[in-house]
Design a protein. Structure first.
Length: 199
């Protein structure tokens, strides 16, 4: 039986996926400074024209790559609510970073560059961090309403501290490659959250 032809939307989604994956590979191995539309096209097996058509500009490509990577890192699919959902999200983030896959390495590489060598990325990563803070704050607020997180917890402040801790822990792993220390820090953070937030 012949394989069904993909719709235009399916082909476009597949092309976008391949281009974003190629972008993240380049960033993970060479930094975001190495990203050009032409290089991404070659890496993805397409022409520069396809990349330009899909994303329009290098800035838009980097923005979409950061969004794509962040979604892959901290978005566990689950129906669990409350504190268990928050803990699962943090655990998912820690596990993704701990595996040191291309997606997470590229995301943290870009985050570090936003602070140091690529000031053009700063506004993008301020936005990405704010998105992460809002996600965590919403989970904390939901946990308070659910009755599994203490009602006196400040959702925004806790989310802010949590983003800082998670980003720093990931960057420390990239710097040292000490997986045992990383695993211990992750376990300590999860224990701290459990003890500090639980009703």
């Amino acid at each position: 039986m012949p394989e069904q032809r993909r719709t235009q939307a399916e082909r476009r989604a597949r092309t976008e996926h391949r281009v974003l994956e190629a972008t993240l590979r380049l960033i993970a191995h060479h930094g975001s400074g190495a990203v050009t539309l032409a290089k991404v096209g070659v890496e993805a097996g397409y022409s520069r024209g396809i990349v330009t058509h899909q994303f329009g500009s290098r800035d838009e490509l980097l923005t979409r790559a950061a969004q794509y990577a962040q979604t892959a890192i901290a978005s566990p699919q689950t129906d669990v609510r409350g504190l268990p959902r928050l803990l699962l999200t943090v655990e998912s983030y820690l596990a993704a970073v701990g595996r040191q896959e291309i997606t997470t390495r590229a995301f943290l590489q870009m985050w570090a560059e936003a602070v140091t060598s690529q000031p053009s990325l700063r506004s993008l990563f301020l936005e990405r961090d704010e998105h992460f803070r809002r996600l965590l704050a919403a989970l904390i607020t939901d946990g308070i309403g659910h009755g599994s997180i203490r009602s006196d917890v400040d959702a925004d402040d806790t989310a802010d501290l949590l983003v800082t801790q998670l980003r720093g822990t990931g960057l420390a792993l990239m710097l040292t490659s000490d997986t045992a220390a990383y695993d211990a820090r992750g376990a300590a953070l999860l224990d701290f959250l459990q003890r500090g937030l639980a009703v």
